[in-house]
Design a protein around this ligand. Structure first.
Ligand code: PRT
Ligand code: MG
Length: 215
């Protein structure tokens, strides 16, 4: 049995066409069912639904043989012991710094003032500002980062941006583009050895599908 860990939402939705290219069809819709283990049309393949930030943990410890996870998640929580054979080019976005439209970020940075930065991505933010030589007080949040500058909790946020609509709706502007993000296929290294044939078949089918969609 091959167990693939996915998170509900964009990663599940955008992985479905890659699974289809590998001849794998998920038999249940996670938006309609409360099941956490989903059967597929292939008796030897199942999907488990986990929190996006838990995918690397499941794969690292063998709760799943493989998974799909954002590079942001891998950068933030580490990727020890994970084989990362493929950039799937799905769920694309970027990690950016954003501030209130009326906050003078350039002056604050130039003057060397201490910036209060709220984020879920503490490790990425720490490294980025350290490399710039900007002193920051990092405030860890688990969601709705956009609210932090509006309430005075922070001067800036480090968050994922795709269309930019969420920033715009909250009168925030992007002032730094830290890194481009897409999702990766991650594989448990022991599983790769023990179940080499079926795992290789999935990797190869995914690779061909990614290549076809992003020539
Ligand atoms: O939501 P939950 O707390 O359960 O977990 P999660 O937020 O970690 O999971 P999920 O499913 O929201 O995101 C999973 C992965 O999708 C992330 O780790 C990224 O790699 C990737 N991804 C791609 C994104 C986005 N695009 C994205 N736009 N993740 C989040 N967003 C957020 C963004 O931060 C903003 O708040 O979506 C909102 C809308 O973005 P705009 O710019 O299009 O308005
Ligand atoms: Mg989310």
């Amino acid at each position: 049995m091959i167990t693939l860990a996915l998170s509900k939402g964009r990663i599940f939705d955008e992985t479905l066409p890659l699974l289809a290219a590998a001849g794998i069809e998920v038999l249940e819709d996670p938006e309609k069912s409360r099941k956490l283990i989903l059967a597929t049309n292939q008796a030897g393949v199942r999907v488990v639904l986990v929190r996006a930030s838990d995918v690397p943990t499941y794969v690292q410890y063998g709760g799943a043989d493989m998974g799909v996870t954002g590079k942001d998640t891998l950068m933030e929580s580490g990727s020890q012991g994970l084989y990362q054979p493929l950039d799937l080019q799905i769920a694309k976005c970027r990690v950016s710094v954003a501030v209130r439209a009326d906050f003078d970020y350039a002056s604050a940075v130039k003057q060397g003032s201490r910036l209060k930065v709220a984020t879920k991505y503490v490790a990425i933010a720490r490294e980025f500002f350290a490399a710039k030589g900007v002193h920051v007080d990092l405030i860890k949040l688990y969601g709705s980062m956009e609210l932090a500058p509006l309430t005075g909790l922070a001067d800036a946020i480090v968050d994922l941006v795709s269309t930019g609509n969420t920033l715009k709706a909250n009168h925030l502007v992007e002032v730094e583009h830290i890194i481009d993000i897409s999702s990766r296929l991650v594989v448990n290294q022991a599983a790769l050895k023990l179940k080499q044939e079926p795992i290789r078949a999935i990797i190869d089918a995914f690779a061909a599908a990614v290549q076809k969609r992003n020539p």
